[in-house]
Design a protein. Structure first.
Length: 264
């Protein structure tokens, strides 16, 4: 076939193709697809080899991780060490209990050590009294951490400091010569409360401190609580004026009469 005939055949086929109705829509869709592909490729930074990461994975990678040592340092302790009741004096001071807590369950001899003279009468001690072996004054310290609620003068106990440890439990420090705290002040166990002095209850017997522990105004024997936590109330003393029977009251009256006779 001649060259001119071949060209005529191609021109005829092209004209025939251009006459098809679907040709132009197909060309338009193809161009649009190529354009969209180009826009997507540009947004991805031109890297078609690596597909985009899911949003969930990207969020997980953005989370900052910490080492076990860092977690240990930043961790908040679940509970702190529980405080135990201490003597209201520094361990370095040599002191002794010169007056005990009065308890009807004790022998008459021990009950005698729990009576204090005030004026012309004897009263039952609701705490203990501590004095130094040397007879000198000494520092009085907080038996447990708490908040100072009151500093006052008492006719029998002299200068008194009260410290609250919870909604129910408090401690009292009496017969103080100097006071180192103020109402509303927080004190840690072992902090200085003041110095031991004299009061009407122990007049002429040298410096001493009167110490009490109370649970809802009920006096407890401090010597039974030293070394125990404040929350341990299973074996707390439950003696009070209302709970004493007639026989115990009679024994106490007889003991006071004997002591008064000896004084005469």
């Amino acid at each position: 076939m001649r060259e001119e005939d071949k060209r005529s055949v191609w021109k005829f086929k092209i004209k025939r193709l251009l006459g098809k109705k679907w040709l132009y829509p197909a060309i338009y869709l193809t161009v649009a697809a190529i354009a969209l592909l180009g826009v997507w490729w540009y947004q991805q930074g031109g890297d078609l080899a690596e597909p985009p990461k899911p949003e969930v994975q990207q969020e997980e990678e953005s989370v900052t991780t910490t080492s076990p040592d860092e977690e240990k340092d930043d961790a908040v302790p679940v509970m702190t060490e529980q405080e135990l009741w201490r003597m209201p004096v520094s361990p370095s001071v040599d002191t002794e209990v010169v007056t005990k807590f009065f308890d009807f369950d004790r022998s008459l001899e021990d009950q005698e050590l729990g009576l204090v003279k005030y004026g012309n009468e004897y009263r039952q001690s609701e705490g203990i009294q501590l004095a130094s072996a040397s007879g000198n004054s000494f520092e009085v310290t907080a038996a447990m951490s708490g908040t100072v609620t009151e500093v006052r003068e008492d006719p029998m106990l002299g200068t008194v400091v009260e410290v609250n440890h919870s909604s129910d439990v408090s401690s009292l420090y009496g017969s103080l010569e100097e006071v180192s705290v103020r109402p509303g002040e927080d004190v840690e166990q072992g902090d200085m409360i003041g110095t031991a002095g004299e009061s009407e209850m122990g007049e002429g017997k040298g410096p001493r401190v009167h110490f009490e522990i109370r649970d809802q105004e009920l006096a407890l024997d401090p010597e039974k609580w030293f070394g125990r936590p404040m929350e341990d109330k299973e074996d707390k003393e439950e003696s009070s004026d209302e709970e004493r029977d007639d026989e115990e009251q009679k024994d106490s009256e007889e003991l006071r009469d004997e002591l008064e006779k000896e004084e005469e």
